[in-house]
Design a protein around this ligand. Structure first.
Ligand code: NAP
Length: 260
């Protein structure tokens, strides 16, 4: 299948590690040029160097925090200048905030909402002028199944992801007139460094492998997911073959959620 991604310009937030890194590699593997950001320069520079070496595409990497409007505006402008425009925005940067209502005080909850919901809005505002000029414009928001099937032990995550899903759906409608397609991809339990904070909260004495084994038992496919299994779906949505999909919310969770 020709995905039509060769020479397309893609920006992935949180592209230095985990799911974002896998998305960057999958898109680059299809010939897309890449812009990636994260806060930590070391992982970012490592990922950018490996991407260039292994795929040969153009890569622009810039340290930027998605909670900082000025940093994001500057990063998006520099990325578009370096790559010669933007076709694809993947809002991926984020982290997990475990805890029940009584555990999560307001200041941490606000910070979680900022890194998930308001960060996506910031990146869309900065990238929209460029996306409007693209003939294959895509916004893909990495959300979570806990925004659809509420996880009470992740009440802030669930509430904030539900808001992200509502934003994504509304945005798809608002931007359809420009030909900008907007979709959500919702991971279930996927191996990444983000599990560290979850483990600290739920089972501080457990090893990560034990925790994966427990999550695997709850999942119909009997295992946790790999980052490249999320990246594959994102890459399809970014492609020219996904030309009639907008406002969709796609779970990639090994069958974990049970709603219909
Ligand atoms: N893994 C899962 O099971 C799972 C499940 C559902 C949803 N998700 C969502 O998937 C996305 C990726 O998660 P992951 O598991 O791949 O996490 P990860 O391995 O911790 O990677 C997160 C990435 O985002 C960057 N990042 C975090 N905060 C940032 C900020 N304020 N500004 C810029 N970059 C930032 C990180 O780099 P720096 O730390 O250097 O900034 C890193 O590149 C997140 O939105 C997460 O909520 C993951």
């Amino acid at each position: 299948m020709d995905l039509g991604l060769k020479g397309r310009k893609a920006l992935v937030t949180g592209g230095s590690k985990g799911i974002g890194r896998a998305i960057a590699f999958e898109l680059a593997g299809e010939g897309a040029d890449l812009a990636i950001c994260a806060r930590g320069a070391r992982d970012l520079d490592d990922t950018a160097a490996t991407l260039r070496e292994e795929t040969g595409v153009d890569v622009f990497a810039g340290a930027a925090d998605v909670t900082d409007t000025n940093e994001i505006r500057a990063f998006v402008e520099q990325a578009a200048a370096a790559l010669g425009g933007l076709d694809i925005l993947v809002n991926n940067a984020g982290s997990a905030l475990p805890g029940t209502f009584e555990d999560v005080e307001e200041v941490r909850w606000r910070a979680d909402l900022d890194v998930k919901l308001f960060a996506a809005m910031r990146c869309v505002r900065a990238a929209l002028p460029y996306l409007k000029q693209s003939t294959q414009a895509r916004i893909i928001n990495i959300n979570s199944i806990v925004g659809r099937q509420i996880a009470p032990e992740y009440i802030a995550n669930s509430t904030d992801r539900a808001a992200c899903l509502a934003f994504s759906k509304g945005l798809a409608d608002n931007l359809a007139k420009y030909g900008v397609l907007v979709n959500s991809v919702n991971p279930g339990n996927v191996k990444s460094q983000a599990w560290g904070s979850t483990l600290d909260y739920f089972a501080p004495d457990a090893e990560l492998e034990e925790y994966y084994a427990q999550a695997s038992r709850e999942t119909p496919l009997g295992r946790v997911g790999e980052a490249d299994e999320i990246a594959a779906v994102v890459t399809f949505l970014a492609s020219k073959r996904a030309s009639y999909i907008t406002g969709a919310s796609i779970d990639v969770d090994g069958g974990l959620v049970r709603y219909i």
